[in-house]
Design a protein around this ligand. Sequence first.
Ligand code: UP5
Ligand code: MG
Length: 216
Amino acid sequence: MVISCWGSRVRNLLRMKPVVVFVLGGPGAGKGTQCNNIVKKYGYTHFSAGDLLRAERSKEGTQYGELIGNYIKEGKIVPVEITINLLKRAMDDTMAEDPTRNKFLIDGFPRNTDNLEGWNKIMKNNADVKFVLFFDCSNEICMERCLERGKDSGRTDDNIASLQKRIHTYMQSTKPIIELYAKEGKVRRIEGAKSVDEVFVDVQKIFDAENGIGNL
Ligand code: UP5
Ligand code: MG
């Protein structure tokens, strides 16, 4: 009892404020692919909001499974109460296990004003958003990539009907969020239409230039 009490006090003392990089861009812009590269080189912990929602949808007897499934297929944005809880829990669990793991890539979030308000309400004082990594890629290329992936991805939204809706949602709801962050000088834009390796060269320039973030 005493030991476990000390253990948790020491963990709390060691606990650092989470540092967050939001990763945004259209469907298929390369967010997940590049996050995997960033994790390997810079030691971030990566959470894709979409992956967390898909995992929640697939759980047995989950309260929101059906709702999440419908939103994803329709390319609509799930109410933030659900998404923020998943993100917060994932971050808390990571830091509870290892308090020094405080650098997070949050991929595919915030996607609209509801998401942003939810983040500000729950997380703003508990995490520092360093910058927004924005993969800028044409809708045509995004569509092509997702349709190609859809041949074996098993994703319910990698089809033309869902993709048209996802792109519409991105243009209507997510682009304005990127513009909002751009006004604050927080957006680091990357040309997303190049090859995976070429895109990563540009990504590295950004992370290396960010003082205190790049060289972990
Ligand atoms: N590929 C990647 N980079 C390439 C390159 N440079 N050249 C050539 N090919 C490249 O890549 C997509 C495909 O392209 C892959 O086959 C890859 O090999 C290839 P990926 O890295 O997976 O792109 P990504 O941008 O991650 O695409 P993803 O489809 O995951 O983006 P979305 O933003 O559409 O999907 P997400 O999973 O984030 O969200 C899905 C849905 O969940 C949303 O539509 C929404 O309904 C819901 N959602 C919420 O409601 N709230 C949230 O906060 C998040 C999601
Ligand atoms: Mg993804």
